[in-house]
Write a protein that binds this ligand. Sequence first.
Ligand code: NAD
Length: 482
Amino acid sequence: MSRVQAMERYPLFFGGEFHETPQRSTIFLPFDGSPVAQIFAGDAATMDHAIACAVEGAKLMAALTNAERSEMLFRLHALMTAETEDFAQVITNETGKPIKESRGEAERTLQTLLSSAIEARNLHGEVVPMEAAPSARGKMAMTVREPLGVIGAITPFNVPLNTAMHKIGPALAGGNAVVHKPSEETPLSALRLAQTMVRAGLPKGAYNVVCGDGPKLGQQLVADPRVAMITFTGSVPVGKAIRAAAGLKRVTLELGGNCAVIIEPDADIDLAVARCVVGSFSHSGQLCISVQRIYAHAAIAHAFIDKFTAATLKLRGGHPYDELSDYSSLITEKAAMRVDSWIEEAIAQGARRLTGGPRKGATIPPTILENVPLTSKLACQEVFGPVVAVNRYTDLQEAIRLTNDTPFGLQAGIFTRDMMRAFDAAHKLKVGGVMINEVPTFRADHMPYGGVKESGQGREGPRYAIEEMTELKLICWKTGLI
Ligand code: NAD
């Protein structure tokens, strides 16, 4: 059923050229372990060389006008649009996601790129009202935004192409060069992207990809003084290690979550059910903004749970290349075994399983648990799997308190027709984004996106990421003879 005809080879890419190294490894389809591609691993010398290429690439990028950078990204967009299905297949090959989800990711990547191309033209500073200070009489000033230089991008396995584009698009739009270290589990889409970049005519060294030992290469990228900024998406422990090692480098961190949604008694239950199914189980829950906790008001909990359970049972599992598959495997069997153990722990502590089980290899069927103890791992930590805990509440303030009672703060959702209560919740929820009548899993790629607390720092969405990826410079001058 796999569309992979023959094992493709994906060389590393830096300095505008593809490189094969002596060290090879094979990427397997997570669903059944069939080999899908061969990649080449780089070492410390490879990374060193790639960073040197990026230093040269950054000079070429900085010399381009905003319009030229924008045109370049529009050219890339046109080429990628024609190759969307190919990108979708590469994503499925490395992640094991159902092909229809990979198509969704490829389409979203185009949106991220389009937004970056548009923002490249909009990059501008402002006039500063200097005479607001008595000491600045006769002075005028303006700001300009300048590229940082070389940006190190480190990405996780779960949404390999769009997460990468959220870093690459804004970095290039801002006039920088990128050294990208993708996840060792899912390096293919970045290496495939490099092929299209060559056709789009990017300057040599503007985009560079190095794969190999993830922690070692990542640490090297973080430590190298030629790299001005690290943009990281991944787990909290690695994010903290990067923050600690980065010194004065600029760092943005998109980390974990265990997002919650609140269902009020006046909510549109059918809407909440439809959205919670998508929010809890798309990408087999391997999304930082997956719905992991649902707080349903006691007055409607029964009705909600009945419909939610029925809708979830309709989801169809299968081979990722089966057009009818709604869910498929997790990234590895090891990951599935961990998720399974968290489910069993919650059940042992008193939770009741409404759907799901048993695990088959790396695949876990969508799992709803109710009455999950607040002390279980499922309630407190990030499960990163197709599991959702439904608990009841009677007072909105209590539901807000429970939603906030976590080290994370990425996004949250509330379903209600009462906008006064919705906005009250929106103000009190300690998260980077609140979705009203929507699940926290919702993201449009141009919107500001990021977390508070252990969910990270800095914002993505091309307009906001470009701000993080450029330096504000002030130019002040004395006017006339005053
Ligand atoms: P991970 O943290 O294990 O790895 C992420 C990347 O960091 C990989 O490329 C890896 O090779 C690299 N890395 C590992 N150790 C490193 C080190 N010491 N120094 C530098 N780089 C290092 O994450 P993962 O398992 O690939 O992805 C899952 C995690 O990503 C989850 O916690 C999830 O919540 C998070 N995530 C967050 C967002 C967001 O936008 N907030 C989006 C997607 C995923």
